[in-house]
Design a protein around this ligand. Structure first.
Ligand code: G
Ligand code: G
Ligand code: NA
Ligand code: MN
Length: 254
């Protein structure tokens, strides 16, 4: 019995689920959407963390059907959110390099939206620097196709990979997500908020909106507000939770 063997059966056994972490628009002080984060509860291994099974899914190619399952489920959950009156929400989906480098990636994602009768404008795709940088010319082309299809695009974990700023300018992206390690640093030493300030300034010059991830306390939130960061995400508001708890969060006063 191996994790790989079990992962192959995860979809049909309905062992996968999605948790949602709110993305809060700091100016309006209300949720603008959420990030979808995959969870796997296996009958033998129990709750397996994404840090364990995502790499295995990537190595085995299982990330392709799993990623398609995620998008289908997110579309259905968006439809549920519509019914609760949140029709302006978008949901962010993580896309790994193995998915993005597939020739039929764009077509596959477009056809899922068509099947689910969901607008691409409601979906934000999160790609890391290490996904888009190794073959930046191909990435510009593929990102442009996605953008033309209506998807919103963000660079995830910004600051941890190797960014070429000249390409960043050419990528048709909407958001930069500052990696949570930088947000954590803002707590510890005063001088470290200068890195976050510099990233925000640069992003705004490139006409990108900024998402700060890993916001855990009021102090970080206030600093980010002061620097005109648009969106925050983190335990300060909510950990990733099942759809029903996310909907409860939306109706909560805060
Ligand atoms: O959920 P956690 O909070 O532990 O997420 C860990 C990482 O797993 C995320 O940073 C993300 O990169 C990855 N991940 C989570 N869900 C998905 C998914 O649906 N698809 C892909 N490709 N990666 C995901
Ligand atoms: O790689 P990606 O950026 O998609 O990672 C999302 C991961 O970050 C998830 O595993 C999620 O549980 C975790 N996460 C979300 N908010 C916080 C937070 O405020 N603090 C910490 N330490 N982790 C967080
Ligand atoms: Na992400
Ligand atoms: Mn991230």
């Amino acid at each position: 019995l191996t994790i790989e063997m079990e992962l192959r059966k995860a979809i049909e056994r309905q062992e996968l689920s999605i948790h949602y972490q709110p993305k809060v628009d700091v100016k309006r002080n209300k949720a603008a959407g959420a990030e979808a984060l995959l969870r796997w509860n296996n009958q033998h291994f129990g709750e397996v963390p994404p840090s364990v099974f995502i790499p295995i899914a990537e190595e085995t190619g299982l990330i392709i059907p799993i990623g398609e399952w995620v998008l289908h489920q997110v579309c259905r959950d968006l439809t549920t959110l519509d019914q609760y009156g949140f029709a302006d929400f978008s949901i962010a989906v993580n896309v790994s390099a193995v998915q993005f480098s597939q020739d039929r990636f764009v077509e596959s994602f477009r056809s899922i939206l068509f099947e689910e009768n969901m607008s691409a404008r409601r979906i934000e795709l999160e790609l890391t620097e290490s996904t888009v940088m190794p073959d930046a010319r191909m990435a510009v082309q593929r990102l442009t196709q996605l953008k033309t299809s209506g998807f919103k695009l963000s660079i995830d974990d910004f600051g941890t990979g190797y960014s070429s700023f000249s390409y960043l300018k050419r990528f048709p992206i909407d958001y930069l997500k500052i990696d949570r390690s930088f947000i954590k640093m803002m707590d510890q030493y005063d001088e470290d908020s200068s890195i976050v300030e510099a990233i925000i300034t640069m992003a705004h010059r490139l006409r990108l909106k900024v998402v700060a991830e890993g916001v855990e306390n009021k102090r970080q939130l206030e600093l980010l507000k002061k620097e005109s960061c648009e969106i925050v995400q983190g335990y300060y508001y909510s950990k990733p939770v099942p759809l029903s708890a996310f909907i409860d969060f939306l109706f909560m006063e805060w």
